[in-house]
Design a protein. Structure first.
Length: 305
């Protein structure tokens, strides 16, 4: 009589345990994959801030700046920045220093000159007239030195360079010209024959790269005045900068040899350098056009291929 209730209770207990076990097996399982600490999520790329002047035409020097680099970034002649800021030593600029990078107003310029006169480079000797301006002369250093120094002129008489060899397949021809779409109506041409190995990319490449051979002719893409000729800007090697107007300049980098000097007037197509690989990993011409100091796509100015 006592065993029956015990069997009933045991059966009921086993049934309850089986029900609980069934509920446990049916519970959902959620898998969560943790990101390993050794593989952090990549940070978003931060675009380098472009140098900018304030509303008074002033710029604060940042780490890594040089006077030549600042002049290039603002489309100015470094000698003008020296004069505007009364700099005794152009190589001695400091982080946090404020520099004028735009021409001061007339009254302000006069006041500065009266306060602290700035020694200017000696004036160039007046050009010696040996023939009427319309006469052409052979390209020599003497002819370049005697060119007028009063600024770029579209009709400056400088003999054209010898005809360049035909461009390789897929290359560009230096003989074609096109009128730039600006108020000065400047005429442009390709600065060298060769294959384009790098195109303009505002974030990475500030111009275009043209492959070539050592010693190949590098020509002025337009008429203008040599604003800089040297190797003082890191990453450009032997560099020539030509100013074409108040807002436009062109730069020619990585040359093997420079055959013009600062202050020379050059005509479109005149040889200004020999192609090389200075501060570069291969022989090429790095060519830039800058408008008010900002790099712009050269294809906007150069003729189509």
């Amino acid at each position: 009589m006592n065993q029956a209730p015990r069997l009933a209770l045991l059966t009921l207990a086993l049934g309850l345990l089986a029900g609980c076990n069934s509920l446990t097996r049916q519970a959902p399982v959620v898998e969560r994959t943790a990101v390993p600490a050794s593989h952090p999520r990549p940070a978003p790329a931060v675009k380098a801030e472009e140098p900018k002047a304030d509303d008074k035409g002033m710029y604060t020097v940042r780490r890594g700046d040089t006077l030549l680099r600042i002049a290039l970034d603002f489309g100015q002649n470094y000698r003008d920045i020296v004069a505007w800021n009364n700099l005794a030593d152009p190589d001695d600029i400091k982080v946090g220093q404020t520099l004028r990078v735009e021409a001061p107003e007339k009254g302000e310029r006069t006041a500065n000159m009266q306060t602290a006169p700035v020694p200017m480079p000696p004036p160039a000797a007046p050009p010696r007239k040996t023939a009427p301006r319309a006469d052409k002369q052979p390209y020599t250093e003497g002819a370049v030195a005697s060119a007028p120094q009063s600024g770029a002129r579209a009709d400056t008489v400088v003999p054209a360079a010898a005809p360049a060899p035909a461009a390789p397949s897929g290359g560009v021809s230096t003989g074609s010209i096109v009128s730039a779409n600006d108020n000065e109506k400047l005429s442009w041409m390709w600065p060298a024959d060769g294959r384009i190995v790098a195109t303009f990319d505002e974030g990475r490449n500030k111009g275009i790269d043209i492959a070539g051979k050592p010693g190949q002719a590098v020509m002025a893409a337009g008429a203008g005045k040599v604003m800089y000729a040297g190797s003082g800007i890191r990453g450009y090697g032997n560099l020539v900068i030509v100013k074409h107007s108040n807002s436009l300049l062109s730069a020619y980098a990585h040359n093997r040899k420079i055959v013009v000097k600062e202050g020379d007037n050059v005509s479109k197509g005149q040889i200004i350098a020999e192609m090389g690989d200075s501060d570069a990993d291969s022989v090429k011409l790095h060519f830039e056009i800058r408008q008010q100091g900002k790099p712009v796509d050269p294809s906007r100015f150069l003729p189509g291929r």
